[in-house]
Design a protein around this ligand. Structure first.
Ligand code: ADP
Length: 184
C-alpha cells in the first residue's frame, strides 16, 4: 500500500518496536501493542528504581553551625542538607528556607547548631533505593518538599535507625523528565 519495500521500512519498524508502540513476533510480523506513549512513560517511571538515579547525599553533623551549613549549601551546590549523627544515622533535614529564617534574626549564626533548626526524625520523609521513581516523586509532591534522603533501615541499640545512602530531589525528577522526553 505504501509502495515501499520491506527493507526500506524495517529500520522504522525497529524503532517503533524498541519504543514499545509495536510488537514483533516471528511468523506473525509487526503489530500494534495497543500502548500509548503516556502508558509507556508511566511504565518506565514505575520500573525505574531510586537506586539507579539517586545522587550523592550532602550531609552535616547536628553540631555544625547554621553559618557553616549555609556555606555547605553553596560549596556542595545543594538545596537541602541531611543531618546525621557521628555514626552516619539520619537525624534530620534542613532546607534553604529553614536557614534563611534563622539568618533573618539578630542571632550569631556561628553559635546556633543546625540541629536546633532542622526538621527531625521521625518527621522526615524518606525513600528506599528499592522504591520506584514514581513513588519517590509522589512523596515530594504530596509533602511539598524538595528532597528525600535515600535510606537503608538498620536496627541499632534496639531502635530502627536509617543510614543515608543518597538523595532524591526535584532536580532528579527534572533529569528523568528530560531524558524521557528525549526518548532515552
Ligand atoms: P524550602 O523550605 O527551602 O522551600 P522544602 O520545601 O524542601 O524547602 O522544605 C519545606 C519544609 O519541609 C522545611 O521546613 C524543611 O525542613 C522540611 N523538609 C524538607 N525536606 C523534608 C523531608 N524529606 N521530610 C520532612 N520534612 C522535610
Amino acid at each position: 500500500m505504501l509502495n515501499m519495500r520491506r527493507a526500506t521500512l524495517r529500520p522504522d519498524l525497529t524503532v517503533l518496536t524498541m519504543a514499545g508502540l509495536l510488537e514483533a513476533r516471528p511468523r506473525v510480523g509487526y503489530f500494534c501493542s495497543g500502548k500509548t506513549p503516556r502508558m509507556l512513560a508511566a511504565e518506565e517511571i514505575r520500573r525505574l528504581k531510586v537506586e539507579e538515579v539517586k545522587a550523592v547525599p550532602v550531609v552535616v553533623e547536628g553540631d555544625t553551625s547554621v553559618y557553616d551549613s549555609i556555606v555547605a549549601l553553596f560549596t556542595e551546590d545543594a538545596g537541602t542538607l541531611f543531618i546525621v549523627s557521628s555514626e552516619g544515622y539520619l537525624e534530620g533535614v534542613v532546607s534553604r528556607k529553614d536557614l534563611l529564617k534563622v539568618a533573618l534574626g539578630q542571632i550569631d549564626l556561628h553559635k546556633i547548631p543546625v540541629r536546633v533548626v532542622m526538621t527531625r526524625v521521625p518527621n522526615v520523609v524518606t525513600v528506599s533505593g528499592e522504591e520506584s521513581v514514581y513513588e519517590a516523586g509522589r512523596k515530594l509532591f504530596e509533602h511539598e518538599i524538595d528532597a528525600l534522603p535515600v535510606v537503608v533501615p538498620l536496627a541499632s541499640e534496639g531502635k530502627e535507625r536509617f543510614k543515608v545512602t543518597g538523595r532524591f530531589t526535584k532536580s532528579t525528577v527534572v533529569r528523568i523528565f528530560v531524558e524521557l522526553g528525549e526518548g532515552k
